[in-house]
Design a protein around this ligand. Structure first.
Ligand SMILES: NC(=O)c1ccc[n+]([C@@H]2O[C@H](COP(=O)([O-])OP(=O)(O)OC[C@H]3O[C@@H](n4cnc5c(N)ncnc54)[C@H](OP(=O)(O)O)[C@@H]3O)[C@@H](O)[C@H]2O)c1
Length: 258
């Protein structure tokens, strides 16, 4: 027999999404389905149901929402997954399905931080080697193009999965690791590889903040890629997701049923 509980779709790929799935499953009031893009080989376990792979743009997501009778969408994708968030907005607007976009706070900027803010990874690449020649790149596997043929830099590249082939044509070292990353370990990494510039996205969150504290302590400049803006509509923190879901029309438990 189909589960009569309302279906909440979480757009995932982040630790925030796992936390929200855990919280929603714990209420026992909803069917919880987390969607992953399928870019990571072995994702961490997620409570509830999961599905993997793209929907086929905003139109594909719209069909998915209607076919599966989705009651609410929580967009807990990474702050830089702008395409997925735009598709979620378009599909939810078209179907009038409520949508919450999770926005974790940006990292606080300390007076001793040497951040240089830029809009894109490509722009960050143009600031090198003026700002540094030994770069620690934590921008994600799919954003390495601007560094691909740089013979004038040495790059330490951190990705989630061990790649099958070299990631860059210039001199580099790849490390495969999954956060959280602690400040002391990040400091050792920066010192061991004589890193003189860090390139990162302004993701926010505790799990990857350690490298920024280590860079600050070592006086290393940071090329900080600004976040794309949030989609218009409801936004919230991961810990606010359950309360938001419960507030949506049709999802509030009927108080008369006790
Ligand atoms: N961008 C980052 O820096 C970053 C960092 C850490 C984790 N992630 C996670 O990695 C995934 C991909 O990120 P991205 O920046 O490549 O996304 P994106 O550029 O915004 O999305 C590209 C396409 O990937 C598919 N997709 C993305 N997230 C999906 C999801 N949760 N479920 C199903 N399909 C999804 C969609 O394909 P269709 O159009 O076919 O539906 C989307 O149009 C996301 O889940 C994100 O949370 C991204």
């Amino acid at each position: 027999m189909p589960d009569p509980k309302p279906l909440v779709l979480i757009l995932g790929g982040t630790a925030d999404a796992i936390r929200i799935a855990t919280d929603l499953v714990a209420t026992a009031k909803y069917r919880v389905l987390t969607s992953l893009a399928g870019k990571v080989k072995s994702p961490k376990p997620i409570p509830g149901e999961t599905r993997v792979g793209g929907f086929g743009g905003a139109a594909g997501l719209e069909s998915f929402l209607l076919q599966n009778n989705v009651a609410a969408v929580v967009d807990a994708t990474h702050p830089f997954a702008a395409q997925m968030s735009a598709n979620a907005r378009a599909a939810c607007d078209a179907t009038r399905i409520p949508r919450l976009q999770i926005r974790r706070p940006e990292w606080p900027r300390h007076p001793a931080d040497r951040w240089v803010e830029v809009d894109t990874v490509a722009e960050a690449a143009t600031r090198l080697p003026a700002l540094g020649r030994r770069a620690f790149l934590t921008v994600g596997l799919s954003e390495l193009d601007p560094f691909r043929d740089r013979a004038d830099l040495w790059c330490l590249v951190r990705v989630v999965d061990t790649p099958a082939a070299p990631l860059l044509n210039g001199p580099h070292l790849t490390i495969a690791a999954r956060g959280p990353f602690h400040e002391a370990d990040e400091r050792i990494l920066l010192e061991t590889h004589k890193i003189d510039v860090l390139v990162t996205k302004h993701a926010g969150g505790d799990a990857t903040y350690g490298k920024l504290k280590a860079a600050r302590d070592l006086g290393i400049p940071v090329l900080m890629i600004r976040r794309p803006p949030a989609e218009p509509g409801d936004t919230g923190l991961p810990e606010e997701a359950v309360a938001w879901v419960e507030k949506q029309a049709g999802l509030c438990p009927d108080p008369r049923r006790g």
